[in-house]
Design a protein around this ligand. Sequence first.
Ligand code: XIL
Length: 315
Amino acid sequence: DTTLGALGQRSGVRIGTAVDMAALADDAPYRAKAASEFSSVTPENVMKWEVVEPSRGRYDWKEADKLVDFARANGQLVRGHTLLWHNQLPSWLTTGDFTADELRAILRKHITDEARHFKGRIWQWDVVNEAFNDDGTLRDSIWLRKLGPGYIADAFRWAHAADPKAKLFINDYNIEGVNAKSTALHDLVVKLRKQHVPIDGVGIQGHLSVQYNAPHDIAENMKRFDALGLETAITEADVRVPMPSDSTEQEAQAEGYDVLLRGCLLTRKCTDFTVWGFTDKYSWVPGTFEGEGAANLYDENYRAKPAYSALRDDL
Ligand code: XIL
């Protein structure tokens, strides 16, 4: 029986999953599926700043290295996630009272050290994550407040200097369709390219809910990035449903996954379709979206749901 990863190969699209390192260590069926079904992996948490540098100047690459080794052993590519975000920052950083110059030096060192540590082992880096608000303005974060909007270009330049072969992505949510946020991101990328900033791709997270319409204009949106010569990827697909879920909602969920994958397949340089976890047994959704859950391809007993068949049928 062939796998999503093998099917994706025919269209030149890697089919990936986010990996939860605790589940990978403790749960053999989880490990088996993560190894066999997917052709790329993304660390769900272990490359984030709070994990790799919990106290200032003391790095801990252990869990992230484990995932990179797992990927290599299974012939998978790694999406690095993420070098620069406003969430999951270590407290020494968020509570420290740094000047703009100090903060800039801290950020430069973080990006340089992390990209260098994994040099040659990361296929695509989510260099900048969630920099925009839904209205298309830049998100108010310590980065924007203290460093100004130029922090984005700097991050790409530093990452490229540290690992010249990695493909560098900007990643965000609510940018599946054509809207104020995806348009602002598009305009930023046009500007960055004009300034020869080394940016290679746009990551569309793809966190959907059956309570909202599926983004049927996703291909139109992705093709405008394609037209700039950029790669694209669906980086964090999941489709949550109100709990408890019924079969109608599971069908709607399958449609959500289908819309996301077809957007990718219709876009020439869409190179990866990653789900944000594959089993309802481990998912960030119930802890984040009150009353919603069951967002993944397999249920908590690793039985494939309609969404899984929908992806297979597309490939
Ligand atoms: C989430 C993880 O899934 C959770 O385990 C963690 O507690 C919080 O972060 N957008 C992103 C991801 O870019 O990094 C987030 O991952 C989900 C939303």
